[in-house]
Write a protein that binds this ligand. Sequence first.
Ligand code: COI
Length: 415
Amino acid sequence: MTRNLLLRTRPSLRASRPHVPPTTPWHLPHRPYSLPSQEASLASLPPIDPSALTITRTTTPKPILPPSDLIFGRNFTDHMLTLEWTSSTGWHPPRILPYQNLSLDPATCVFHYAFECFEGLKAYKNRDGAISLFRPSKNMARLNNSAARICLPTVGDGKGLIELIARFAAMEERFIPAARGYSLYLRPTLIGTQRTLGVGPPGSALLFVIASPVGPYYPTGFKAVSLEATSYAVRAWPGGVGDKKLGANYAPCIMPQLQAAKRGFHQNLWLFGEEEYVTEVGTMNFFVAVRDRETGGKELWTAPLDGTILEGVTRDSVLALARERLVPEGWAVRERGFTMGELAAAADEGRLLEAFGTGTAVVVSPVRRIGWRGRNVDCGLREGEEAGDVAKRMKEWIEGIQYGDEQHPWSFKIR
Ligand code: COI
């Protein structure tokens, strides 16, 4: 979009560009995939065109693993969806190809300056045999925000890409496990592919979507986890890119997670600032249910979208369902900043009812305790209890929509 705007204000750029022939199909053996640096341009671009899709089927179909053998993100389907883009020719015709390696020049900008963003969504097999996606337009909107921030091409209104993802997921139907809690995790990934060490907007990009049959994110299943509050490292900061789904936001999160694991915690809880605002948990958004000190009323809190919080699709769904279904029961739902000190005080006073993380991969992840300043903050679960009431109900409600038990506009039927 930014490019189109620029073009409108700078028409001479379009007029002066020489014709650039479409590039060689990238899946041919040893194609030097990346474009030379002079391909960079601000030209007006054709959008994604699902009607131009070509499909090449694998000749070596993979065996289907039993659901119990599935480990998150380890196994992939037979095919992948790919779309190339250049700044001079726009989005090239989409292709579904056999799953394969990419061939990239070592000077490709994604390797040097992290021009990469991604999405995560799932295809679900419904009880009646239908296949559905969950709120894919939310992923498209977020992909556009992430891409625009790092000068990669956007996907317009996202409808073309959703249609292609739907075609791809339908084609990989045999990999979608039918059992509840299982699905086909779809990973749209967008990378800058220009071959250059020069630091500038990539003149070429590749969007690919791969698919992985998955079961519950944690091998232990729906069990409460322990968190270590992290304040020595910061995940995101005001004016930064913590609200974008950039791969570069994830790599620096592993070390604090390992540190937490070394001290016996499952995950880390990201705090921010001297006040120790509670922001996210691992790679998930974070919710707490507390009783108000004055009124005793029940409240559901999560950190506000102030630019440091990822705009989680599950986060948004939990908030919407809470407003629709918990508020009539007397709950208050607040997107508000809250500190670790406030949480600890609520726990000490018996007002912290429960805490849970939310994300596409895990849906809902209940929390038992938080290690903070040498003590344990107990998150309200009783002995032997693995999830609080809100976490359980949210999981039921969201999965009910995802697996088609409840007819809901958030369910996008593929077929
Ligand atoms: C999610 O669950 O939404 C995530 O982003 C986790 C993924 C990076 C594995």
